[in-house]
Design a protein. Sequence first.
Length: 239
Amino acid sequence: MPLQQIHESSQDRGSSEETMDSEWEREEKMRYDEEMSIAEARRLEARRVDEVKRTYESLEGQRGPRISLADSLFSLYCLEYFDDIYNTDCQHDPLIKYVRFEHQPGNRKDGLPPAGRRRVNGKVFLDTAAEPTFKPFVVPRYASKELIRQRSSHDRKNAMAIRFLSDDHLIFRLSRKVVFAPELPPPDVPEDFVFYGIRHRKELVLEETPAQTSLQPSQSSCETPFDILDWWRHPEIMI
């Protein structure tokens, strides 16, 4: 083989190897970025859980402040649910995890009953196919560690339980049957998922500055204020 052809062949091989190395480096960088994204999202999940736990511990068995749940929306955080359901379609926190409370349809027309007798409906939105609903229940007058139990059509035995710790924080337990309904739950998931809820304060989210972000109950990283408002226009009537 002529010397020039040998030289050109050697250059082609070198170029091909450089291309392969470059592709490998890009793939490794993408994998690293994905792992870092998951780790950061999980750290955020853990911080939100800790925020609610601190509120729980601060009650110390005492009666907390007055609460009002009407027309409220809480983001839910749970590390076990995150580990089982998380995907990378959204870089930060793609999981749908909300619980929404509304006054029963007749309340506004007739006027609200006294505090301690007001009833609300509740509905849970999850990244799974399940959409658990609460039967109408009386809103507690004060925050406390009291456990309010609810049943579900998918699991009749104490399928849901909730504690209202403040106007902005709650703890919410769902059985795995409810979380994965109507499908059977995977065998390796917990019997119950404990979610820690932080209330959306739309007026605060729209006005807060970066310096205030760590002080206010905050929305999911994948949601804009306009996305949150869309949830409030959801048309179905909950039962």
